[in-house]
Ligand binder design. Structure first.
Ligand code: AMP
Ligand code: MN
Length: 325
């Protein structure tokens, strides 16, 4: 057992003794943040607690089917009220893009490397494949029943954050949890169809266009994708439709890492992906970003003209470092 049970026990006790909870997660939510939030919210509600779910952005359409999703409030600021704020899946408090959380009793549950431990209690387990894995353990510790809806939310968290069971940090424990979730009533094929096979034709066209314009650097080891707002407009898409696109170049054996540049107003959002031991989180951190070894991101508010070249240089260096290791 490598997990720190002391923090989990403290959190379990706080959840049992508290009465009013606010659960939040990162801006531009994904399957792990939403599934984790909704599963924990249902478990607490079943224990008779009052629970509010607040995020700075609404769930993307592909996650609107998640049980309980309509209860999520969208707000940029929250007023006092809850005795405990649970922040899930956030390496730093600022990732919520929700203000009014500072100074509250925060329970921080996360699996990102370099979590800043902003909570009154911090349960950070980098070995977890998804935050949903930690929420599963917490719900188990609380002793609440694994309902089909809780199980479905946790399954979506794990399915999406592991890239459909392809990423690092997948362990026997991951499959054991999924076995329990299936036992509790998850329809895995139906979930996969809702998440992956229910997008718009525009999204498919956008994906084609982005891949068609892919550029290769570092002798084909680094793929660079770029999306501007015109491409989104012309295909009738929004930034949410790009989820997963950054992983696609990894399908080519020679591609070792991917840089996706997304124009966001005058700023730039960057997603980085890599294979094996190549550490792209270390590329993201000096730019103020973060994430995991093989999946990281960063935001640049005022990008300089050489930002693409700088990122290529740094990612190529990370690729070289892993080859010489
Ligand atoms: P994305 O490329 O947006 O899917 O993010 C990949 C990973 O990097 C996720 O684990 C994110 O939580 C993390 N990440 C993305 N953007 C940032 C950022 N600006 N700061 C810290 N972590 C980030
Ligand atoms: Mn996650």
């Amino acid at each position: 057992m490598t997990r720190p049970p002391a923090e989990r026990t403290r959190i379990r006790d706080r959840l049992r003794s508290g009465t009013r909870f606010l659960i939040t997660s990162h801006a531009r939510p994904d399957g792990d943040s939403l599934g984790s939030q909704l599963a924990l919210a249902e478990a607490l509600t079943r224990l008779g607690k009052r629970v509010r779910l607040v995020n700075s952005d609404p769930p993307p359409g592909r996650y609107a089917f998640l049980p309980g999703a309509p209860a999520i409030e969208v707000a940029e600021t929250v007023e006092a009220g809850a005795d405990t704020v649970v922040v899930l899946e956030c390496g730093a408090l600022g990732r919520t893009e929700v203000s009014g959380l500072e100074g509250r009793f925060i329970v921080n549950i996360d699996h990102h490397t370099g979590n800043t431990r902003y909570g009154a209690v911090n349960w950070v387990d980098e070995s977890a494949c998804a935050c949903g894995e930690l929420v599963f353990e917490l719900i188990e510790a609380l002793g609440t029943r694994l309902t089909p809806s809780i199980a479905t939310n946790l399954y979506v968290a794990i399915l999406t954050d592991t890239g459909s069971f392809r990423h690092a940090n997948i362990t026997a424990r991951t499959f054991e949890i999924c076995r329990r979730l299936a036992d509790a009533g998850v329809d895995a094929a139906a979930v996969a169809a809702r998440v992956f096979n229910n997008g718009s034709l525009g999204r498919l066209r956008l994906t084609g266009r982005v891949l068609d314009r892919m550029q290769l650097e570092d002798d084909g080891r680094v793929a660079v994708l770029a999306v501007d707002e015109a491409m989104l407009r012309e295909t009738g898409c929004d930034a949410d439709d790009l989820e997963g696109v950054v992983n696609l170049p990894l399908a080519a054996g020679d591609v070792r890492a991917v840089i996706l540049l997304k124009q966001a107003g005058t700023g730039l959002r960057v997603s980085l992906r890599s294979k094996d031991a190549i550490d792209v989180r270390r590329v993201a951190v000096p730019f103020g970003g973060g994430g995991h070894r093989n999946a990281a991101g960063l935001t640049i508010e005022a990008p300089s003209p050489d930002v693409r070249a700088r990122l290529v240089t740094e990612v190529a260096a990370a690729v070289a470092e892993s080859r010489s290791a």
